[in-house]
Design a protein around this ligand. Sequence first.
Ligand SMILES: Nc1ncnc2c1ncn2[C@@H]1O[C@H](COP(=O)(O)OP(=O)(O)OP(=O)(O)O)[C@@H](O)[C@H]1O
Length: 254
Amino acid sequence: MTQPILELKDVKKSFGSNHVLRGVNIDVSPGQSLVILGGSGSGKSVMLKNALGLMTPDSGKIFFDGDDVTHEQGKEREAMRARMGMLFQSGALFDSLPVWENVAFRLLNAEKMKRAEAKERAIDTLKKVRLGASIADLYPAELSGGMQKRVALARAIITKPELIFFDEPTTGLDPITADAINDLIIEQVKALGAASISITHDMASARKIADEIAMLFEGEIIWRGPADIIDNSGNDYVDQFVHGRAEGPIQPAI
Ligand SMILES: Nc1ncnc2c1ncn2[C@@H]1O[C@H](COP(=O)(O)OP(=O)(O)OP(=O)(O)O)[C@@H](O)[C@H]1O
């Protein structure tokens, strides 16, 4: 069996009396695309932050490429982060930086690459997401939402990561643009041979990009299976979520 690139074992995280993660077990293997579903406030972002090392679990363990990284800090953590890419919800581009500096952010800041070389790499990477060199010097505010997502995708892949996280990659886009972003995600993740973990509410996107789908509910992964059986999961919670019904075991978060 291939060693997972990332594994969370019985990860727990609470904020006071709010027990958000209550023993999360999940893993993703190289080349695999895993989508995690979960209602608003179910802890998807908290799980992602723990996996990325932006938050430390109260208990449980996180393994990256077989190494226990739960409490790693400093240089070790930086080395791990260098092997990961991240596309944040709503793109999260820096408004004050031109597009190319956003894309090359890690190269310029963590790797201290020379500006001319970093700009060349940024333009090459923009081409991969079908954006021309002419937008390299524009600012994020001058781009459409779909273009901003492409820029964010370019930023996530520029370091050729082995594992990429996508946090709501299609939020705020019309269905056609969302589909184009999904295609680019699939194409680029495949080209890198990377694993990916995506969190999304968008079932069309989940169906398209996932090999496997998992569902987070009340702080635990309650179901996991191949994407093509999601309509026949045999799980009432998954069923309710997939069909977007207010009625069922999951209470709407309002
Ligand atoms: N830094 C924090 N301090 C205190 N509570 C937090 C913190 N981060 C998250 N929470 C709480 O953890 C719970 C889960 O939040 P989280 O953002 O992970 O949900 P989510 O599943 O990503 O939701 P959504 O789909 O709406 O983005 C919420 O109750 C939230 O208030």
